[in-house]
Ligand binder design. Sequence first.
Ligand code: NDP
Length: 480
Amino acid sequence: MSEFDYDLFVIGGGSGGVRAARVAAGEAGAKVALAEEDRYGGTCVIRGCVPKKLMVFASEYRDMPTAARAYGWDIPDGTFSWDAFRAKLNAELDRLEGVYRKLLAGSGVETFDARATVKDAHTVVLSTGEEKTAKHILVATGGRPVRPDMPNAHLGMVSDDIFHLEKLPQRVLIIGGGYIACEFAGILHGLGCEVTQFYRGAQILRGFDEEARGLIADAMKDRGIDLHTGTTIVEMHCVGTPEADAMGEAPVENAQYGLKTDKADANGPVRVKATNGTIRDFDAVFFATGRRPNTDGLGLEALGIELGRNGAVEVDEYSQTKVPSIYAIGDVTDRVNLTPVAIREGMAFVNTVFHGNPTPVDHDLIPSAVFTQPELGTVGLTEEEAAEQEEIEVYATSFRPMQTAFADGSGRVMMKLIVSKANRTVLGCHIVAPGAGEMIQLAGIAVKMGATKEDFDRTVAVHPTMSEEIVTMRNPTRTV
Ligand code: NDP
């Protein structure tokens, strides 16, 4: 009989926590409990990747009638019903949450619909007042979106709010230039909103390959997204308040951007002053200004567990904290904040702790995609990072794909390989194209295996496709 109630107590029912709990209980035979204070499935399933991707699909139908007509179809433009889509989306999220609950129950994991905090190295306290002990505690509490520290920031929404909107805003301002800002600029534009985006830096998608960033920014502007770089918000007030009146009317600006100035929106429009001096009214302001690990009030610091910048739990390569019985995985550790990485970290934790097989988490060469329109798929080093490290050859091509060109569309795609001059290894692959997320998953295998440029060259092209260019680029575009 163990001295503890459980072998493992997991705090957080998101992708990482659920996987670790299931595998520890189902495969390793451990006695496992899991507490979740909100909905099972966490950020990815309930308020992130899954609903976001479904919204990307919804938004992409907007351009299809035009393209179809170019291919000979007699199809009229349609209208989008947020109500119809949202009802279906909510039903799908309910279904997925049910699947997560069933998977946990099926693996023998005991679940508590409660908030849990850590009392000591082996004890958690539930919001129901119960205390539970466990040999190991796994913190998998994820992260949450944050608003910037400025007066009236509460007037703006964050990504969690988007899925609960009663109606779509007609005029929306997005603040930020990262994954979430750029993805939602495309989504909301595609669903019929007038989208303005302010990014404080010189170019959106900081950290990604510069050429890819430029191509995506151009494509977003071409589609009608009013993107302003080097710009951010300095002041915001509800229209109709004395503070907003004191900012002055902005009819000229509103007219310039073709925006309507009626104030009939249910939530009330917000007047915004930007660093470029413009004053404009928006029906909604959306802060996509980053995320923060969920460690507030968890009780970790009192146990001597260090929290890093942003409040992230500090862990070693095995996801172990300074307190040996407490581990942490996923966004709460702010390492690589992606669902599949949290799942990997959960599996590695189970291998280490329950199978006696110490498994460090491999964070190298992780492929990822940004679901802009077109998408960006990326793995490995950017041209800029690789050039800092060694002499490289860059193979790049940009063209109008067959499907778009036939329909007289303007969208361009890009395929790019970064190759080590010394040993010919492909150090990075960057694809901007419809379906780039699907393509980079496969290219990522080759790059992870250490493929050389000659391995890519030896592979016969699949014709006619966009991605065949990745194996047919014969001469370097430049050597850096
Ligand atoms: P990011 O960190 O990617 O982007 C935050 C953006 O907000 C940056 O452009 C940043 O500017 C800007 N910003 C931060 N603070 C302020 C401020 N005070 N005023 C104005 N602008 C500000 O965060 P996201 O929220 O977009 O995404 C969080 C993480 O979630 C991502 O890093 C990713 O790991 C994950 N994610 C992954 C997705 C995918 O795989 N497709 C999709 C969505 C999220 P600056 O660049 O100057 O710092």
